[in-house]
Design a protein around this ligand. Structure first.
Ligand SMILES: [Zn+2]
Length: 498
């Protein structure tokens, strides 16, 4: 039993004006995939491989090909995507006609200025190389955008069932289980999906506690039915503005189109009335800063609009500029991506003072904040996240102060899902009155457990939860909440591979 393994994943924000490059990706070739999996037990690959091993035992031969995993960013430069796609497909070519089944680990929110369905393209080309009869099963993030082209070229699909995401291993396992059903037991997959004309954001999407948990429980219930190969629900990535962006339900069954359609319809119909509450509650920027000024602290200001982990540039100074404009009376701590400012600080050295505009170096929607800055410290060391296993390269980094404002200036955008960047630079957020947090959600112990309040700010940015502010031009319309009144007449789409 020769099972081919590979993958390609990234999520982008169309609204980040800076294109990302080939070097935003970690590339694994051949057996490097297996070695990497051994290091991370909670990965889709680890789950898929363990499931395949228990199904096939000594009969299993894993054929590792190519994996490209990109950090969240602006759209991928098209030539960089073509290079990645070329490498991905070349790695399949030598295995044509020798493979019994395929597992690809995808995310589903990639995009380039010229290719609005990169994953669909990869699957269509993979299908041409590997042949029509080889079962291809994939796993995806629930923020992925599932497309008709993808469904036309796959035999199975499993998506994450958790947000915040914790079930990577389980998702890989569910994908592999579907693959085993097909290659070993002769299951004949039939898929149904229902597209729902809404994009969503906010706390109700937290699967443990929010309204969206109901759809996940429906999907899991369906997956208990022996005729169902997999079921799930995509909330899509509202920042990836592509033609099929929306929310959607899906069910794969073993040769039972009615069951697939019924399950997908029920999830979609139950989800639709909740679209209104699945929008973020945000505080206008001026109000948030005024409230913060009047509070005892400590306070977190969540600036999800500039979250690098969602694909924003990280160079928004919107909140600190408003604080400076209003003579904010407290100490402030903020992260900011600004390569020229970091370079200047490294040239001048610790203790130096210089005048420069900070912020907006990459995203012109932000006006540089010009102040006199003092260089407090410098570093070039990578940052280890507090609980996730990532090590992040920040490039030349400097801690700059101006009055009661402290800014950690990095050269590269890094995920700010915890306090790691602050700690790495000798800063303790709890010692500041106000800290800017550029992530939609953080685990409670990082900020929420000890702050007086966490103000979710409606600041401008490429990953704003104020979805109407983003400027979608590509996704199908009407789309709630981009339009207030949207009719939903549910239609199932069936996909049967022959
Ligand atoms: Zn996700």
């Amino acid at each position: 039993m020769r099972i081919l393994i590979g993958g390609c994943s990234q999520e982008i924000s169309t609204f980040n004006p800076t294109l990302c490059e080939y070097d935003f990706f970690d590339i694994l070739r051949g057996d490097e995939i297996g070695q990497e999996v051994a290091k991370n037990a909670n990965s889709t690959y680890a789950g898929a491989i363990s499931e395949l091993e228990s199904a096939f035992g000594d009969d299993l031969e894993l054929v590792f090909t190519y994996d490209a995993e990109g950090t969240a960013a602006g759209p991928l430069r098209h030539s960089a995507f073509l290079r990645i796609a070329g490498e991905f497909l070349d790695a399949l070519r030598e295995h044509a006609n020798t493979i019994d089944g395929v597992y690809f680990s995808l995310h589903g929110s990639m995009g380039t200025p010229k290719q609005l369905d990169p994953e669909g393209y990869l699957l269509e080309e993979a299908r041409k190389i590997l042949g029509q009869s080889v079962p291809i099963v994939i796993s995806m993030d629930l923020h992925g955008v599932l497309t008709a082209k993808m469904l036309d070229n796959i035999d199975g699909l499993a998506s994450l069932h958790t947000y915040p995401h914790i079930d990577f291993e389980d998702t890989g396992r569910r994908a592999a289980k579907a693959l085993v059903r097909i290659v070993r037991d002769g299951a004949r997959p039939v898929a149904a999906r229902v597209r729902i004309p809404t994009i969503v954001r906010g706390n109700e999407l937290i699967t443990e506690t929010g309204a969206f948990g109901a759809q996940i429980r429906q999907a899991k219930k369906l997956e208990e039915n022996p005729d169902v190969l997999s079921a799930g629900f995509f909330i899509g990535n509202p920042f990836t503005d592509v033609p099929e962006l929306c929310c959607q339900s899906f069910v794969f069954t073993d040769g039972n189109p009615e069951l697939a359609e019924r399950g997908a319809l029920e999830m979609a119909n139950d989800f639709w009335p909740n679209r209104h509450i699945m929008q973020a509650a945000l505080i206008p920027l001026e109000d948030a800063v005024a409230r913060g000024a009047s509070m005892a602290g400590p306070i977190a200001f969540t600036d999800a609009a500039d979250a690098p982990s969602s694909g924003a540039s990280g160079d928004s100074n919107a909140i600190i500029s408003e604080m400076i404009r209003t003579n904010y009376p407290h100490t402030m701590l903020a992260p900011l991506v600004d390569p020229p400012a970091a370079a200047r600080a490294h040239e001048l050295g610790v203790g130096a003072t210089f005048r420069m505009g900070l912020g907006g170096a990459q995203d012109p929607r932000f006006t540089p904040l010009e102040l006199d800055w003092t260089v407090q410290s410098l570093s070039t060391d990578p940052v280890h996240l507090e609980t996730w296993k990532y090590v992040q390269d920040t490039g030349p980094t400097a801690v700059l102060t101006s009055g009661n404002l402290t800014v950690v200036v990095t050269s590269l955008a890094v995920m700010l899902v915890d306090r790691a960047l602050f700690f790495a630079n000798g800063l303790e957020p709890a010692e500041f009155h106000s800290t800017i947090v550029k992530s939609p959600h953080c685990e409670p112990q990082f900020f929420d457990d000890w702050v007086e309040t966490n103000l979710n700010v409606d600041a401008p940015g490429a990953t704003s939860a104020n979805l109407k502010s983003l400027g979608h031009t590509v996704c199908a319309r009407p789309m709630y909440p981009l339009e207030a009144d949207v009719e939903f007449s549910p239609k199932t789409e069936l996909f049967v591979r022959v």
